[in-house]
Design a protein around this ligand. Structure first.
Ligand SMILES: [Zn+2]
Length: 308
């Protein structure tokens, strides 16, 4: 069983300002926490390459990509929405984060690795086909799904999004596409306030009230997701892994802890084991309390590499 860990130093060069929660310190905190664990030796550390233009076009139209290219400044910052800023290193980092997702799909499909965690930024799940928002430019998990569908010709892919914010961008990309089953839990009512009431059969929205206990969260998610996932029999499991539903996260009001992320991971690896030959790719989305993030990612990685 090989778990790959994708990371690239250039993903730390994208910075949206000293006070911005989606900071390079997030990746640094994860890597430095891992350095003190046994996991560091067992993971297969991989430096990704940039996604190609053609691969981006599988989700985002050329006019949107061109618009981002034109907006990226040569110095300073420009805001694409009130929360989301571009600076000279932004699109390089975004191409690496997206590229890691595509590369991970190719590597699990060829059997080189069993599963993977992509420790990169900017995140992706709020990026719609033609709209950057919520710290996101390219939809990393959607690009992974597109690679698996279009290039590897898979017929059933599950996307699980346990970030505290709904993955509106991923819903935008795949609603009504019954090759994809998306299960998304999120605090509600809450940002991004869109795509929650859309009723596509392949989207399982699981709104969670602020203040819900971890125990109740587990019950709700298991009841709404597990049978659906088992019946769907995905050939690949993709995870939008945001860790901002953690009790300590400054941006939200749910109550998960590292052990709950381990529980979620075990549920998802069991689904991958049953129908996907263990193929699972998890990509970092949110998570803004640095220590909670590092502990939660480590618990997630322990689950992926089945080290107790
Ligand atoms: Zn989030």
């Amino acid at each position: 069983m090989t778990t790959a860990f994708f990371s690239h130093d250039d993903c730390l060069k994208h910075t949206m300002g000293a006070e911005h929660p989606e900071s390079p310190q997030r990746l640094a905190a994860i890597v430095s926490y891992l350095a003190d664990t046994e996991l560091e030796q067992t993971l297969d550390w991989i430096k990704p390459e940039e996604i190609t233009r053609d691969q981006l076009l599988a989700v985002h139209p050329e006019r949107y990509l061109h618009q981002l290219d034109l907006m990226q400044p040569t110095r300073g910052r420009v805001f694409t929405d009130p929360d989301t800023a571009m600076m000279p290193d932004t699109l390089r980092a975004a191409r690496l984060a997206a590229g890691a997702n595509v590369q991970a799909v190719d590597m699990v499909m060829s059997g080189q690795i069993t599963n993977a965690f992509i420790c990169a930024r900017p995140p992706g799940h709020h990026a719609e086909r033609t709209k950057s928002m919520g710290f996101c430019f390219y939809n990393n998990v959607a690009l992974a799904a597109a690679r698996a569908l279009n290039f590897h010709h898979l017929e059933r892919i599950a996307v699980i999004d346990f970030d505290v914010h709904q993955g509106n961008g991923t819903v935008d990309a795949f609603q009504g596409d019954d090759r994809v089953l998306m299960c998304s839990s999120f605090q509600h009512p809450f940002y991004p306030h869109s795509h929650v009431h859309r009723q596509a059969e392949n989207i399982v929205n699981t709104p969670i009230t602020a203040g819900t206990s971890a125990k109740d969260y587990r019950k709700i998610v298991e009841a709404q997701w597990l049978h659906k996932l088992q019946d769907f029999k995905p050939q690949l499991v993709l995870v939008s892994a945001g860790f901002d539903a953690h009790r300590l996260d400054p941006l939200a009001e749910l109550n998960l802890e590292a052990e709950d992320y381990r529980w979620l991971t075990d549920m998802l690896t069991s689904v991958a084991h049953d129908s996907a030959n263990d193929r699972l790719i998890s990509t970092l989305e949110g998570g803004y309390h640095l220590k909670a993030l590092a502990e939660s990612v480590t618990a997630h990685l322990e689950g992926l590499s089945a080290i107790r």
